[in-house]
Design a protein around this ligand. Structure first.
Ligand code: ZN
Ligand code: ZN
Length: 257
């Protein structure tokens, strides 16, 4: 309720700085990095060349991953607004670029049908307590926005058993241990699942979700996030969103809003 009110009272300000321009003003847009090819065919990480796998690929049962933006600057602030300030419209603003990221650059992930998308969308859920505090689940908001943008079904398939503490300081192995058993499957998963989250960091969380979904019968779990945290940065071309080919979906989506 409060979240909806905030969304109505403070609509359509730049998600990066809160001034003019939607979803990003010109100044913020200049420091937004869009992740597109060439790069890793498995995780979508932009590189100078196309490769099948890279050292940043998510672990475990994640079949492939794609992210729309680098998690820094205005995009980082936009996701904070979505998460903590109730700016739910951020999900609808970011979703078209997320859908675009599925097919941009290194090409569609292996196994992804080009014509008949048989993917069912689900998301990495918040625990009940945190969802209650925030009013809504930001990953669910992104999942529903991607669903309506792509015209694919959205289903609640996972529940969070335990709230894990913030993971920033943990090592990869520690994260995986802390997450073990954190999620359970609450509905029979369809064969192909597109798992949505706000940020992809080490991939430990999505790997744990993919693991329980696979154990419950899913054949392929792909991951799509709004942003991705990458330690060693991305090629300079990714910062040139305004220089993308005219008419490209990202340029159009960003310019038209
Ligand atoms: Zn701005
Ligand atoms: Zn990779």
């Amino acid at each position: 309720m409060f979240a909806e009110l905030v969304d109505v009272l403070f609509p359509r300000r730049c998600l990066g700085c809160g001034a003019g321009g939607w979803p990003f003003c010109g100044a913020c847009l200049a420091s937004v990095a869009v992740l597109y090819g060439p790069g890793c065919r498995t995780c979508g990480r932009p590189l100078e060349v196309t490769v099948d796998r890279c050292p940043d690929c998510p672990p475990g049962d994640v079949g492939w991953a794609r992210s729309a933006f680098l998690y820094e600057g205005p995009v980082r602030r936009a996701l904070f607004r979505l998460k903590f300030s109730g700016v739910r419209s951020a999900a609808a603003a970011l979703a078209p670029v997320m859908v675009w990221a599925l097919t941009s650059g290194p090409g569609p992930p292996a196994g992804m049908p080009a014509d008949e998308p048989a993917w069912t969308i689900t998301w990495v859920p918040l625990g009940r307590r945190r969802k209650r505090t925030r009013g809504y689940d930001q990953a669910e908001a992104l999942a529903r926005a991607v669903g309506s943008c792509a015209g694919w079904p959205v289903e609640r398939l996972l529940a969070r058993r335990v709230e894990t503490s913030p993971q920033a300081q943990r090592s990869g192995a520690d994260r995986r241990r802390a997450l073990h058993g954190a999620f359970r499957v609450i509905a029979r998963p369809p064969p192909r699942i597109l798992l949505i989250d706000d940020v992809l960091t080490s991939g430990a969380t999505v790997a744990e979700c993919a693991n329980v979904l696979r154990q419950a019968g899913a054949l392929d779990v792909g991951v799509l996030t709004a942003a991705r945290s990458l330690g060693n940065g991305v090629p300079g071309r990714c910062y040139n969103a305004q220089g993308l080919p005219p008419g490209s979906v990202v340029a159009r989506e960003i310019a038209s809003r």
